[in-house]
Ligand binder design. Structure first.
Ligand SMILES: NC(=O)NCCC[C@H](N)C(=O)O
Length: 399
């Protein structure tokens, strides 16, 4: 069967992209739970939805089809056996007593595929299923407010996927949902799976950048361990279905502002990247490891210090243009990086979508010859992710 996924670059003309429209889950964040749910504020849902609709309208107007992950989940839950199995396994992820399991299972089973999908994302209050509610823990199932960042729990690399072992409890159910979609949705029939979420360490999609058909860049970050990067490299090099020959592991600071590589570094054209200079020291040093197959089923590692020569070598280019977020200014750069000024989604070579608020970085990208489409960002930005984080490409044209 022909593959239904094709992502051999970060910049090939985008045709299809996985998204999630923010829903009632955003209203289930409170000041007490905000931190554990990986938010810095409580967003205003109505405006967040309006902003997200403007994002997806912009994509449609550029011939990119948004595929809603909630629709894929709903599709598979129409099958009675899948629905029963999904509910049972979904509940098994949480610490619940037998009464909570029984009551919740019966309630979820009574819902339509549509209502069940909404509930899975929104979370479920104990009182809704007739259980006593406790002010400290009102939910029997937690809300999934990060679900609109479809970049992270899954990644399409080539014509296969990684179903990611997430770092924090708040996001683990999102990869669980995708693993069921991969196993049961016809869209993913025969899809190679490069990595399973059961890996006992962590790796997230914001750290996975497809530089070209043979080369993957991986962030070693707050969310992706070196160990997971080595494991993924080994899986890719040893799987005959995978074309990847090189993995460039880039170590970045471990903190909330720069949780993934794509919050500080994105590819925007054949020879252009945006980068937050704060990931390098004053001499532009970085800790980079170049992983390649050692022909004994393992991985050989080469160290490097400067990014430009590594990118030139792997992309076969004589020059690379690194565009610094906020022009590298000591105040503008960190301010705009915080609001995802480095997190750009390329919809074609040299054409990007980005948050409107980062106007200094936008001007700079335009000065460097890029076409920039701006999207509103007052509420969406409160979750600390931008246009790349809110999108998982399913199909890009070849370059
Ligand atoms: N690729 C990305 O950087 N995604 C942004 C994820 C934000 C979300 N609040 C999280 O902390 O996981």
């Amino acid at each position: 069967m022909n593959s239904q996924l094709q992502v051999n670059s970060e910049i090939g003309t985008l045709r299809e992209v996985l998204v999630h429209r923010p829903g009632p889950e955003l209203e289930n964040i409170t000041p007490d739970t905000m931190k554990d749910l990986l938010f810095d504020d409580v967003p205003f849902l109505k405006i967040a939805q309006r902003e997200h609709d403007q994002f997806t309208d912009l994509l449609r107007n550029h011939n990119v089809k948004p595929v809603y992950i909630e629709k894929l989940l709903q599709d598979i839950l129409r099958d009675g056996n899948v629905k029963t199995g999904f509910i049972k396994d979904y509940l098994a992820q949480f610490t619940l007593d037998s009464i909570q399991v029984e009551t919740t299972q019966a309630y979820l089973q009574s819902l339509s595929a549509h209502a069940l999908t909404t509930t899975i994302y929104a979370g479920l209050r104990s009182e809704t299923v007739g259980l006593l509610e406790n002010y400290q823990q009102p939910f029997v199932l937690p809300p999934l407010p990060n679900a609109y960042f479809t970049r992270d729990p899954q990644a399409v690399l080539g014509n296969g996927v990684t179903v990611n072992p997430m770092t924090f409890a708040a996001r683990k159910p999102e990869s669980f949902i995708f693993s069921w979609i991969v196993d049961h949705h016809p869209r993913f029939q025969s899809t190679p799976i490069w990595l399973q979420p059961t890996l006992p360490t962590h790796l997230e999609g914001g750290d996975e950048l497809v530089l070209n058909q043979q080369t993957l860049a991986l962030g070693i970050s707050e969310r992706t361990t070196r160990e997971a990067a080595l494991t993924l490299a080994e899986h890719l090099f040893n799987n005959p279905a995978s074309p990847f020959e090189t993995v460039i592991a880039i170590h970045i600071p471990h903190n909330h502002a720069m949780m993934h590589l794509d919050t500080v570094f994105t590819m925007v054209n054949r020879d252009q990247f945006t980068i937050f200079p704060g990931i390098m020291d004053q001499d532009y040093h970085l800790n980079i490891e170049i992983l390649q197959p050692n022909n004994k089923g393992g991985v050989k590692i080469r160290q490097a210090t400067y990014l430009k020569p590594v990118l030139k070598e792997s992309l076969g280019l004589s020059e690379i243009d690194l565009i610094e977020t906020g022009g590298g200014d000591a105040i503008i750069a960190p301010r705009e990086q915080w609001n995802d000024g480095s997190n750009n989604l390329a919809i074609a070579p040299g054409e990007v979508v980005t948050y409107d608020r980062n106007y200094r970085s936008i001007q700079l990208m335009r000065d460097h010859g890029l076409t920039v489409h701006e999207i509103p960002s007052s509420e969406l930005a409160r979750g600390r992710g931008g246009a790349r984080c809110m999108s998982q490409p399913l199909w890009r044209d070849e370059l």
